[in-house]
Design a protein around this ligand. Structure first.
Ligand SMILES: CC(C)(COP(=O)([O-])OP(=O)([O-])OC[C@H]1O[C@@H](n2cnc3c(N)ncnc32)[C@H](O)[C@@H]1OP(=O)([O-])[O-])[C@@H](O)C(=O)NCCC(=O)NCCSC(=O)C[C@@](C)(O)CC(=O)[O-]
Length: 339
């Protein structure tokens, strides 16, 4: 009997092992993807349609916008209207970025005036960086000063029943101060967790990181923060986005930020391109030991994401930056020309 007990793996362990290969995607296209758009002012209905279509494709975590200063980031100016316009679905997290108490106060006023039973959002993201150089450009204050402000924002948001996600930018290279000290990334991530963030997303804002650097950085941060509370956020400037995602998964990360059509860039990271394209991540993980979680038959529909990426990119007057979307489109064209 004791032999039997020893040889049977408990159901909870089996479940954990089975589910541990589930990968969550945080779709950041409507926020990180659009915030840096210089060519056109993106109308609110387009942003709303983008969010709705992403959710229909199976996305369950989507960044819908930011409550930041419209003087600093004009494209995020209409976020309140975007939140009001979304066809909200249960079990989907529509999060917004909040840099300070003013942003949170604006959001809370909006939530208080929402006549619907379904809250406009249940999550805010607070953000800081691993270097003062980047933080001063992005938030007009040092990392220490921003952590003090974010502690107030986080406490207030938690008291209001919102969950709070944290970001650390420039975890590998900083456009203002060069190579980043991973110990500093660890300290800042730990402070965000200690103040109440349920998860911290580690951003290669510049998109210059390489897989081995991602691994080294993560091993340092994991000394202070459990890997289940970490997410990876990789810009694809040097074409290492998917490789960095795979490296992060190998190091235990199970939440990945990605942007449909590879949209985006940070206004304060000169030259950085968009996030790794969601389509490219979905394609790379197909048939792998990892399974992407989502609400469309349990996952996110790659074909639909390709269509959305092409649609929103055309609204911005350019082709999709996703390699997979381009390959799929080229294949379709070849097929059509044969008919
Ligand atoms: C934080 C501030 C406002 C400080 O900027 P500041 O100039 O130091 O702020 P201030 O407190 O002196 O206020 C200046 C003016 O802004 C207003 N203001 C002040 N706060 C707000 C607010 N929340 N919403 C609306 N308005 C606001 C305030 O009322 C005032 O208005 P005025 O009196 O001049 O008319 C500014 O630096 C800012 O908005 N920065 C946002 C930068 C940003 O959004 N960056 C992109 C997102 S982060 C990112 O992309 C990286 C990430 C997350 O994706 C991860 C990665 O890739 O690494």
């Amino acid at each position: 009997m004791s032999f039997l007990r020893a040889s049977i793996t408990p159901l909870s362990t089996l479940r954990r092992r089975f589910y541990s290969n589930l990968v969550n995607i945080v779709e950041v296209g409507p926020r990180d993807g659009l915030q840096n758009e210089k060519k056109v002012a993106i109308p609110v209905p387009t942003k709303v349609e983008l969010v709705n279509r992403l959710v229909k494709a199976g996305v369950t975590n989507v960044e819908a916008g930011s409550f930041v200063s419209p003087k600093w980031v004009p494209q995020m100016g209409g976020t309140a209207d975007v939140l009001k316009g979304i066809d909200r679905q249960k079990d989907v997290h529509y999060s917004v970025l909040v840099p300070n108490k003013r942003g949170l106060d604006d959001l809370v006023a909006l939530l208080d005036n929402n006549p619907s039973d379904i809250p406009l959002t249940d999550e805010v993201s607070v953000f800081t960086a691993a270097t003062d150089g980047f933080n001063k450009a992005n938030l007009n204050c040092t990392v220490k000063e921003s952590l003090e402000k974010l502690a107030v924002v986080t406490r207030t948001a938690l008291d209001r029943g919102l969950r709070v996600r944290g970001y650390v930018s420039v975890v590998i290279v900083c456009p203002y101060s060069g190579k980043v000290d991973y110990k500093r990334v660890r300290e800042v991530a730990k402070e965000l967790i200690d103040m109440g963030c349920y998860e911290v997303s580690l951003g290669d804002t510049v998109g210059q990181g390489k897989p081995h650097q991602v691994g080294e950085m993560l091993e340092e941060v994991k000394k202070a923060v459990p890997v289940e509370k970490l997410a990876g956020h990789f810009h694809d400037t040097y074409g290492t986005g998917v490789a960095n995602v795979l490296a992060a998964l190998d190091h235990g990360i199970r939440t990945i930020d990605a942007s449909v059509g590879g949209l985006g860039g940070c206004p304060y990271s000169p030259g950085a391109t968009g996030n790794v394209a969601t389509e490219d991540v979905l394609y790379a993980l197909q048939g792998s030991p990892y399974q992407v979680a989502g609400s469309n038959n349990g996952t996110i529909d790659l074909k639909e994401m390709v269509n959305i990426g092409w649609w929103i990119s055309s609204e911005l007057g350019r082709p999709s930056a996703s390699r997979v979307a381009r390959a799929v489109r080229a294949k379709e064209e070849r097929h059509k020309s044969r008919l």
